[in-house]
Write a protein that binds this ligand. Structure first.
Ligand SMILES: O=C(O)CCC(=O)C(=O)O
Ligand SMILES: [Fe+2]
Length: 216
């Protein structure tokens, strides 16, 4: 499956978000879930303060390093094949695990600013919902444009959401239904960037980062 975002290269259309239900087969998503829960890279989130109390790790990679990513996580390949936009050259992949009592505060994804100011926000952000407990209450993804809420999406297992990278967004706190880490709301997020040549030097080809530091 190749997904073209409906807003194309320039942000002409007022389309903020696109959702594909059942984007990947159940077995594929189950394999992704097991890979995330099984990796020793999983730990307290290394992302910004809004992510405190959540779990994950991140992989920064340039498109040329995609084989390294899929060598480390072969189960992620069908997702990356489906989600990566042909126009983008640099990506930040992060599993996100959120448990009861937690959410993610309002933010714009700018994770590549870690490597240098001026890189700014991604073109688009893709989110695959890998695990959503049936009893989950809360945890919706809310998107804002210029202070106005433009979408509030309940996480649906196996759905793929793609939204414009300049949108502020938050994950509403989970009120009930994800006590253990193995029962968490799990999403696999890819920030997709087009980085100008002049800013590329500081960005690694491939780098795994955890809260503890650089892992590869
Ligand atoms: O899981 C979601 O719905 C969105 C996660 C998110 O905003 C992020 O990882 O930056
Ligand atoms: Fe985000």
């Amino acid at each position: 499956m190749h997904f073209q975002p409906p807003w194309g290269g320039a942000f002409r259309l007022q389309t903020f978000v696109h959702r594909t239900p059942e984007a990947l087969p159940p077995g594929t998503v189950e394999a992704i879930r097991k890979a995330i829960l099984g990796t020793p890279l999983l730990g307290d989130s290394n992302l910004s303060g809004q992510f405190s109390g959540t779990y994950g790790f991140s992989i920064t990679f340039r498109r040329e390093a995609l084989p390294e990513v899929t060598a480390l996580f072969p189960d992620f390949k069908p997702y990356l094949d489906a989600a990566l936009l042909p126009d983008c050259d640099t990506f930040l992949l992060n599993p996100l695990l959120v448990r009861e009592g937690r959410g993610v505060g309002a933010h714009i994804d700018r994770s590549l600013e870690f490597y240098g100011a001026g890189i700014g926000c991604p073109v688009a952000v893709s989110v695959l919902y890998v695990q959503v407990p049936e009893t989950l209450s809360g945890g919706e993804l809310r998107l804002y444009h210029r202070g106005n809420r433009v979408a509030a999406l309940k996480p649906v297992p196996r759905s793929l959401v793609m939204f414009r990278g300049d949108l502020t967004h938050e994950v509403a706190p989970i009120d009930a239904g994800a006590l253990a880490l193995t029962e968490a709301r799990i999403s696999l997020v890819v920030e997709q960037y087009r980085v100008p040549e002049s800013l590329r030097a500081g960005i690694p080809r491939f780098e795994v980062r955890t809260r503890a530091g650089m892992a590869a």
